[in-house]
Design a protein around this ligand. Structure first.
Ligand SMILES: Cc1ncc(COP(=O)(O)O)c(C=O)c1O
Length: 465
């Protein structure tokens, strides 16, 4: 086998060599790139052994995921205690399958379902295959500039109440409680209103894929799904089913997901049955073991991680706002049931010349820093548990270099649309003048000149005619 016959292996290997750290998801991918990513000393040692657990053993030598009575049963009991849930299930094929498990368990064609529009594709497809009677509540746009949407909590409450009053109440509500863009439901405020006003609601499904961390966070836990599901399910006799993608924000392998159920035995039995039907019959034991490891680590070190993230966020805001080229805007959330995610930071560029896509490209190609979400003028940082202070230093250094480059060159290029050029302006490569003396400067030329600041082209300015 030669190198050219391994495109996937080679492509991932090359990207991995370049990568210094990711401000997206999967905190474990930052391990070994910079120091002090994890806070527990023995975590790395344990995680490094996990690939050896790629085994195909079942009961009585290990256990069965769908009919557990040994180690997996013991571990899910630990999770139940940790979350206070009535049922906790491991899923090793991502929250995509967790959502399918949940929807197939509780949504029948006779049910009336109200669903937030901004939910994951897995929810749409599962509702469709269940033939559910579903209405969607449109999301709100809370930042035109970057196309950031949030849920419309008041719209959801109004739709629930209207259906109650019309005598055709909804039985199931489905929401995405924390978007990747950084807008979260304040579930401590929202859910009690839903339970009070929509008396016929039986099931509330909360996809909190991005928020596994928030259960452990001293400030966010009261506003996120687990704590509220725990207090409200008994009080209002409502089933709450919560999904977390553990790999997105905690130190677990990719596709680690969990489902927590707070509710009736009937609901639990339906979810167990659907888990059995929909889960792969070859669950990944490394993912399973890494989920257990990640949750135990998060439970133990949550306060330290939260403090580190808060400090990093404050530091970044003041550093970035002191640069010429970048700003950290805060989102305007007018809804009383919404809050800003404290782990997400948008960085906006003050010049139209540098797009979000271009910043992202420079950060990865030149500095090995990976950003996922961007808009025409912004990039989004996800300050997850895998962001070390060293990585923050690499990022600020990169932004500072881009800023300096812009400032120096911009001072040299003090020309405006409508001016008459008195020099040759030559971009190399290819070495063809884009402006010659006597030519009137147009917008197109300014854009080309300014883009050369951030490209690998040199701009030669030669006086004369
Ligand atoms: C809100 C939401 N739910 C579910 C998923 C699916 O998660 P997974 O990638 O673990 O299958 C995603 C993926 O990004 C998501 O954003």
């Amino acid at each position: 086998m030669n190198n050219t016959s391994l495109p996937i292996y080679n492509s991932l290997n090359n990207a991995n060599k370049k990568l210094k750290g990711s401000f997206h998801a999967l905190p474990i991918q930052n391990l070994g790139k910079t120091k002090d990513v994890v806070l527990s000393e023995d975590f790395n040692a344990r995680l490094s052994k996990i690939k050896e657990l790629e085994l195909s053993l079942t009961s009585p030598f290990f256990d069965s995921l769908t009919d557990p009575n040994k180690a997996i049963d013991e571990s899910t009991n630990i999770l139940k205690d940790m979350y206070g849930s009535d049922l906790s299930l491991f899923v090793t094929c991502g929250s995509t399958i967790s959502n399918k498990i949940i929807i197939e368990a509780i949504c029948k064609s006779s049910d009336k379902v109200l669903c937030q529009k901004g939910v994951h594709q897995s929810i749409y497809f599962s509702l469709k295959s269940q033939n559910s009677d579903v209405n969607y509540v449109q999301d709100l746009i809370c930042n035109d500039d970057a196309y950031i949407y949030s849920a419309d909590p008041q719209g959801i409450i109004d739709a629930l109440v209207r259906a109650e009053e019309a005598g055709t109440p909804y039985t199931t509500l489905i929401i995405n409680s924390q978007t990747y863009d950084g807008v979260c439901f304040d579930l401590q405020e929202f859910l009690p209103v839903v339970c009070e006003r929509a008396k016929d609601i039986k099931n509330i499904v909360i996809d909190e894929a991005w928020g596994a961390w928030s259960t452990f966070d001293p400030k966010m836990k009261e506003k996120s799904a687990i704590q509220n599901a725990l207090t409200l399910s008994k009080k209002y006799d409502v089933n709450f089913i919560v999904t977390h993608s553990v790999h997105k924000s905690l130190f677990a392998l990719r596709q680690a997901s969990i489902i927590n159920v707070f509710g009736s035995e009937d609901c639990q039995a339906k979810v167990v049955g659907s888990h059995f039907r929909n889960h792969s019959t070859s669950p990944s034991y490394p993912i399973l073991a890494s989920t257990e490891l990640a949750l135990s680590h998060a439970n133990q070190y949550a306060v330290q991680y939260s403090n580190r993230i808060n400090e990093q966020c404050e530091y970044l805001k003041s550093f970035i706002n002191d640069l010429n080229l970048f700003r950290c805007p805060s989102l305007t959330l007018e809804e009383e049931y919404l809050i800003q995610d404290p782990t997400k930071l948008w960085i906006t560029c003050t010049t139209k010349l540098l797009s979000g896509a271009k910043i992202r490209e420079i950060l990865f190609n030149k500095y090995g820093i990976y950003i996922s979400r961007y808009s025409h003028n912004s990039i989004l940082l996800n300050l997850h548990h895998g962001i070390s202070n060293e990585l923050i230093g690499l990022l600020t250094n990169a932004l500072c270099e881009i800023d300096k480059k812009y400032k120096t060159k911009n001072n040299l290029l003090n020309i405006n649309v409508g001016d008459i050029a008195n020099s040759f302006y030559i971009l190399y490569p290819p070495g063809i003048p884009i402006l010659t003396p006597g030519q009137t400067i147009c917008n197109n030329v300014i854009t080309k000149i300014n883009q050369s600041i951030f490209d690998d082209t040199s701009l030669l300015i030669v006086e004369g005619n």
